[in-house]
Design a protein around this ligand. Sequence first.
Ligand SMILES: [Zn+2]
Length: 445
Amino acid sequence: MWNRKIDNPTLGLVFFPAFDWSISPTHPERQERLLYTRDQIVEEGLLDLPNIREYNPMVASWDVIEGVHVGAPDLQSWVTDAHRVSAGGAIAAADAVLKGEVDRAFALVRPPGHHAMRMVHGIRGFCTINIEAVMAHHMRKEYGVKRIAIVDTDVHHGDGTQDVFYHDPDTLFISFHQDGRTLYPGTGFMDEFGGPQAIGSNINIPLPPNTGDEGLLKVMRELVIPILEDFQPEIVINSAGQDNHFTDPLANMKVTAKGYAQIVDLLQADIAVLEGGYAVQDALPYVNTGIILSMAGLDYSRVMEPNYEPIQQPTNVTQYIDELIEKWKEQWQQRHAMAADILVGAGERWKQEYSVYYDESGIHEHRIETVRLYPDTVGWHSVESESSGGPYGSQRVYAMFIPWQANTRTREEAFEELHRIQQEGRCQRYVIVDPLGEGQIVTVL
Ligand SMILES: [Zn+2]
């Protein structure tokens, strides 16, 4: 379905500004974020254009959210109506495209989602549930979409989206972002290349501070587009964060509104979903206008923010990016060999242990992750997760994730593994997520 050139495309827009939801009144992720954007779009007359249609968001069902996330103590403790409508806005955008009513769609919604991982012990990086992941699950369940690519153009590494899809070889996640050594969440390096059964499906492109339009456009042309062409997705989703803008208070990049419109023009995503962007008045209205014009195939050459001035990308930044692109091209060529290498001597199970911090909720989580490897099909992965420091006290949850690609045998083996772990009795809750089968099943001991 991903078609890079559509003549006179139609575009669906979904707005959900969530006027009654914020982390705190002075937090950058606050109610006014989409107010100026909405005004600008109305003022420019974009909603009167014949090829642009507005859609209402819907409320995402618990069932679709539970196809992706496991909560501790449960999802209801963290997920508000605003989160469900934000995810429902992304779903409405996907429905408009997949029903063929429009060629493309852009969900201008909040709260954002790309730092939300599968396990939800609290709020991370302003995010509680991953709205793109919930939308992708909806597309697989309702429309049978298989190969999906998500390109994250937010300045922060989309660590939540990476976590959700890390073991799925049929979801390609590409994130370019300000280098994690200089910005939250501190991850997103080249060696995070996908789990043992999905090597090459997770692409991180960490860029130096002061990267401008020139750098991002080069990364798009020379890396992102060729990788997408190799992967051959049916659908391309853009996690459209706008905090690479030169006025953004949370980061250090030098991208302009027109630069964003050009990136979107190169990408030709089927669906864009708003993520970050905190220069609420100086950038967001102009970047969003640029993206809308670009997605609708209209002239965006005159989009200019009021405090625009030409920005020269420093030579050392250009040089760093050139070298990074070369290194990445090499790693991409090596992906099949790297995938084969990782399976040598791995046996049936692959394990890793790591910790996750929830900055908004002060919660520490420790995880033991296991992946069941098969030579010929995608296996389950499980997370034994223990957290402390939050309002609900110490939480110990075991989650078994059955892949959407599961067959009868791999599904049965996942249930057997869950029952075996349950007998060991270490956790308070045992959850199985069977997204295209029985949904989410919870056992509380
Ligand atoms: Zn961001």
